[in-house]
Design a protein around this ligand. Sequence first.
Ligand code: CTP
Ligand code: ZN
Length: 152
Amino acid sequence: MGKQKQLQVSAIQNGTVIDHIPAPSLFYVISILGLDHITNQITFGANFDSHKLGKKAIIKVSDKFFEDDEINKIALVAPHAKLNIIRDYEVVEKRDVTIPDEVVGIVRCFNPKCITNTEAIVTRFTVQDKTNLALKCHYCEKITTSKELKMI
Ligand code: CTP
Ligand code: ZN
């Protein structure tokens, strides 16, 4: 036993490992990144023990390297996610995610009367506060907070 470390999900040769995802957000992250529509090899695991998160999830996508604006979309549901860029089995870079200034089409507006809830219109918010999440709807100008946060 001792200190020997074992990978709970097999190592990958090239690609991206998204670690420290809160376990309940795993499937939101998969959907936000469109991982259910790509042909790359994907492995994931959920409900691993984490000191910081209680239970965490991890996703490994082979041969995929995300652009910042693509990966930052997951910050709403996984603000402490860590990206590990893997090349030839080595971690060559670690990155954090940051909440973007604008959120398009991921979250519902909490106002039931908002046009985005009554017609087929993609939601669009300006992020007014990143610490105490506050999303201002582009259409009805109401503020959606983390308490009311519902994914599309
Ligand atoms: N990893 C992988 N394939 C590799 C190398 C690493 O899947 N060829 C994964 C590891 O399983 C880990 C993550 O990438 O989940 C980060 O690797 P590493 O930095 O070695 O692990 P830690 O030191 O535990 O990272 P941290 O403390 O940042 O979580
Ligand atoms: Zn609205």
